[in-house]
Design a protein around this ligand. Sequence first.
Ligand code: ZN
Length: 363
Amino acid sequence: MYNHFLRLTTDVYAESKKSLRYKEWAKLLTGLKSEFEWLKEVNSQALQQTLKDLESAFVRFFKKLGGFPNFKNKSNRQSFTVPQHFSIDTNGFLRLPKMTPIKMVIHREILGTPKNVTISKTPSGKYYASIVAEQDLPHAPLNGDKIGLDLGLKEFAITSKGDKFENPRYFQKSLRRLKIRQRRLTRKASCSNNRNKARLVVAKIHEKVANQRQDYQHKISLKLVSENQRISAESLNIKGMVNNRKLAKQISDVSWGNFLTMLEYKGDIYGCEVHYVDRFFPSSNRCSNCGYIKQDLTLAIREWECPECKSFWDRDINAALNLMLFSESKIPLEEGKSTPDLLVARLGMNRDTGSGQEATGAA
Ligand SMILES: [Zn+2]
């Protein structure tokens, strides 16, 4: 469905500059059903949902939030969504329209009212049913702490309280195994049974890495949002950083963006606000105690002593402390877009408040 209508839409546009949308697709779908009898064998709402997914892919593209919609590939993750008329029996059977009941292994109790279910098949051949349920959650009492959070590559995350979470580098660790398996895969004749088997092995390694990373990030994000009521993190220009080819692999391995998303939605549930600080703020080289700016702080210096107030800093903990301080001071609107200089001046980071010279270029 997805591929059919994506192809049709691009073809029609190329010919007549007319863009088809959900409304037109839905009408055409009715015609398709009389042409292809087997389309009637599946739940019609699931077919419509596929068209809605295609619609959102186009919307994302036009809003410049995503690339042009891609064709779905048989060997990638496959899924369909059933928006209504499904049920879960007490004995663990999932009932979907026009299908025989499916026995499920239930990982966790479903709380709230089930809204829809998505059946997916991973590239490694496992089937999952993800059930979206709606539930009113009382906000957790706001009695936690405030922290600054610095994200890095050496350590995955560092809090201003001094907690450090190692960067497990799951992808890096499986790289050797993956290379061997990948090489074996490319040697197999295309479309052969052995090729498919080799493809499954590679898919399983990727799946494992993704699961490990997901699990690790779930644990840390839950810990942070349940212990704190305010988290200040650096806003990351992730795409821009990935353009640096040397770092690209390491950065996609830590997957900060995914982690921040977890913090945000879990924060909503647990009553913890996530604040972002623009990334050009000089968070590393400012002494979070007295405001002294250390101009010669290179990446190699992990610890330093403030010549002014004699505080001894772990580089990352100091940066996390600064992030917290930055996000708590409100920038007056008239200052407009904040620049490092303005920020430096406003926060009085300059030892000699009269000049403002020293702070220039501190970012
Ligand atoms: Zn100091």
